[in-house]
Write a protein that binds this ligand. Structure first.
Ligand code: HEM
Length: 755
């Protein structure tokens, strides 16, 4: 059976012509066709999903391709029924003894509806509770074939993937743009079983041994008495722990850098963190670290912008991901590996490969690309897919094996264990999003939510009653066989290798690799977070730790906190910086970036039409901002307004074009909209663009203006010859210059570093 093409189905829908209405090419419409104003009174054809959406591919609970169209595993039909499929005539009134009487226990519909609702929630993940996900495809380059026998890495092999990005600390309803590490978990549905690469956007971790995971998480989560603060590290228990537990220093420094506040999931690197082992067809082992390299480069928000975003649009990252895919700006990452010989001591250039608080600089071991991932569809149901997906670092395929990194070893236990609780029993691999695309014959039976109907009488081995099946496979028949790593004769100990005691040298390497602007951001982040701590002793202790990274860092943070600078415990080394760690200084594609266009009422819109079209053609999103909603020039070539001065805030835009000087609208005064500035109103410009433009300027965003737009910029105090401000007579050349500025992400010249 073939899958319904949602785009074609949407086009055939009776209301489809309305999807060409002005502004419909802007992503984010809730449904594939616009709804009528009046409530429908006759059942019509069910509205198909949006063309950018897809559910999990249809495999049986036992991993066999069903060929069933995705729409047939979703609810369908145009009539309301009970869960048993019986049609209902009323769902607005419970069954009562008379119109004013008590409700009757026999009302099976009331009980079924309310009971199901009462059980709609499941426990959120213990960590990484807030996430957003997308479907995609991974295509191998074949470049890893010499070191890894995993078939999905072969040249041209295409493998479906599902990727979930997340924050670590916050609850499911928390904001996206908090300062935190981001999860980057990828499920590869390979022909040899599921492989999960469960990584983060930061290449090191807080702890070296999994036994401390509950400690770091308890310290970083909200305080257990008041349950505050939500989704952030700027509080006493976090800094209490990381200052006493100095192996967290390196990861904490990454968190305080711009990596802790990404601009977009699409603009993050991903890292497997641990050293893994790849095994080739001859059985030879190579140690590797996995890297995801985003095609769009690595970019961040600035801190004030991140804080404003958390209030203005707490769904900023999840919206950005979904909108980009819907708009056709498909996010891409190259998967790469750093490779290391599998020596007895498992070190490389003196770096312990089993210590997850250490990186290997890319200048010492370059990242070799092995495949390309493209995310091309949004999920069609958040709960069924993004919430119920279950990643596990132990989901491995032949050719990929683990090492003895003590953090990884503990993870191999934790994920399966926690998912039994979160997903209500041991059968969660049967949930549609988790189903492998290979036949399953595991002899695991029964349990809560068993959805397979197994046959046979002998789910045990050896047996003769089921013909001895299932038989085991050998390596030649694709079995997963652990690498026979030799283990030295040793004693049981609760201890770690001496190399694990170095907690500061790589933190210093990171600091020295930052540009002056990035260092300013790190100083500001530490100063902010520690100033939010209540206890002076904790601040002082952290300042003591910073002295072991760098004197300038320690001195500046101490000054901001009103504390004396500390001295390092030992003389600091000066390792060669790793330029690959810095985010600044290169140019990147601008796909999916959002450009705001401010217009005035009654102005000539020809320039606006030109840049709007050019922005769409460049794979970016133009959002027209005006005093009131609706459409301008509705009778000619209409221009739809997506944001009003009341709803617009700078955080949503990567750059802003000012096409006119809007006169004050009727709601442009402080009592109606606090963004209004009555002083500026006298200058004849709607005062709410003051905040819009000055905030964008402060956050290093490119600004462009033509026609009266230049007057508007001057009216809010932004000189048109300032860095990153482009003014001209014609719209098109202004846009071209703004696009060039966007390629560098921000106008870095506006930030003057002191260090
Ligand atoms: C390198 C270190 C680690 C990385 C990169 C990492 C990454 C992740 C990611 C990306 C997720 C979210 C998966 C999703 O999107 O559903 C996650 C969830 C989780 N992690 Fe880790 N983690 C690390 C260490 C640990 C350790 C040491 C433990 C425990 C010993 C642990 C326990 C968990 C648990 C319990 C979940 C929730 C899983 C679920 O409910 O599905 N993690 N981790």
């Amino acid at each position: 059976m073939t899958e319904t093409n949602p785009a074609a189905a949407a086009a055939e829908h009776p209301d489809a012509q309305d999807s060409a209405a002005p502004g419909r090419e802007i992503p984010g419409a809730p449904s594939s066709v616009p709804p009528p104003v009046a409530e429908p009174v006759e059942p019509g054809a069910p509205v198909p999903p949006k063309p950018d959406q897809r559910g999990p591919q249809t495999y049986s609970p036992t991993g066999q391709k069903t060929g069933i169209a995705q729409k047939e595993v979703a609810q369908g039909g145009d009539r309301l029924t009970t869960a048993q499929g019986t049609r209902l005539y009323d769902t607005d009134h419970s069954l009562k003894a008379g119109p004013r009487g008590p409700s009757l226990l026999q009302d099976h519909h009331l009980r079924e509806k309310i009971t199901h609702f009462d059980h709609e929630r499941i426990p959120e993940r213990a960590v990484h509770a807030r996430g957003a996900a997308a479907h995609g495809v991974f295509q191998g380059y074949g470049t890893a074939s010499g070191i890894c026998k995993a078939a999905f890495l072969g040249e041209g092999v295409r493998t479906p993937v599902f990727v979930r990005f997340s924050t670590v600390l916050g609850s499911r309803g928390s904001a996206d743009t908090v300062r935190d590490t981001r999860g980057f978990a990828t499920k590869f549905y390979t022909d040899q079983g599921v492989f999960d690469l469960v990584g983060n956007n930061i290449p090191v971790f807080f702890i070296q041994d999994a036994v401390k995971f509950p400690d770091i998480v308890h310290a970083a989560k909200p305080h257990p008495d008041r349950e505050i603060p939500q989704a952030q590290s700027a509080h006493d228990t976090f800094w209490d722990f990381v200052s006493l537990h100095t192996e967290a220093t390196h990861h904490t420094l990454w968190n305080m850098s711009d990596r802790g506040i990404p601009r977009s999931f699409r603009m993050m690197e991903g890292f497997g963190i641990h050293t893994f082992r790849l095994v080739n067809a001859e059985g030879a082992s190579t140690l590797v670290k996995f890297h995801w390299k985003p095609r769009l480069g690595v970019h961040s928000q600035v801190w004030e912008e991140a804080q404003l975003t958390a209030g203005m649009d707490p769904d900023f990252h999840r919206r950005d991901l979904a909108d980009a895919i819907e708009a056709g700006a498909l996010p891409q990452w190259e998967l790469g590996v750093q490779t290391f010989p599998d020596t007895e001591d498992q070190t490389f250039a003196g770096i312990d490969l089993l210590d997850p608080t250490k990186i290997v600089p890319e200048e010492l071991a370059p990242v070799k690309p092995i495949g390309l991932m493209t995310l091309d569809k949004n999920p069609s149901n958040y709960f069924a897919e993004t919430e119920q997906v279950a990643f596990h670092p132990g989901n491995l395929v032949p050719g990929i094996d683990v090492t003895n990194d003590p953090l990884l070893q503990g993870r191999l236990f934790s994920y399966l264990d926690t998912q039994i609780s979160r997903l209500g029993g041991p059968n969660f691999p049967q949930l549609p999003i988790n189903r492998t695309h290979t036949p399953v014959n595991d002899m695991l039976r029964d349990g809560m939510h068993q959805t397979a109907v197994h046959r046979g009488v002998a789910p045990y081995r050896p047996n003769s009653l089921d013909g001895g099946c299932p038989f085991t496979a050998g390596a030649d028949a694709g079995a997963y066989i652990e690498f026979p790593e030799p283990l030295a004769a040793t004693a049981k100990v609760r201890d770690a290798a001496a190399t694990f005691d170095d907690h500061f040298s790589q933190a210093r390497l990171f600091w020295l690799s930052m540009t002056p602007t990035e260092r300013e951001h790190i100083i500001a982040a530490y100063t902010f977070e520690l100033a939010k701590c209540r206890e002076p002793a904790i601040r002082e202790r952290v300042v003591g730790t910073l002295a072991n990274i760098d004197g300038e860092l320690c001195g500046q943070v101490a000054a901001g906190l009103g504390l004396p600078a500390a001295r390092p415990a030992a003389a600091l080394d000066d390792p060669d910086p790793s330029p690959a760690l810095s985010q600044l200084g290169r140019r990147w594609p601008v796909d999916g970036r959002t450009i705001g266009i401010v217009i005035a009422e009654g102005q000539d819109l020809s320039g606006v039409r030109t840049v709007r079209q050019a922005i769409l053609e460049a794979g970016m999103v133009p959002l027209v901002i005006a005093a009131r909603a609706g459409t301008r020039d509705a009778d000619g070539d209409p221009v739809a307004v997506q944001r009003t001065f009341a709803t617009a805030r700078s955080i949503e835009f990567d750059a802003i074009l000012v096409a006119g000087a809007p006169a004050p609208a009727s709601d442009a005064y402080g009592a109606r909209d606090a963004k209004a500035d009555d002083e500026l109103a006298r200058a004849g410009v709607d005062s709410r663009i003051l905040l819009l433009l000055t905030e964008a300027y402060r956050h290093g965003k490119a600004l462009g203006a033509w026609a009266d737009g230049a007057d508007a910029l001057e009216a809010v105090g932004i000189a048109t010859d300032s860095p990153g401000v482009v003014a001209g007579d014609q719209a098109a050349p202004v846009l071209e210059r703004v696009k060039e500025l966007l390629g560098g992400h921000r106008v870095w010249d506006r930030f003057t570093p002191s260090v």
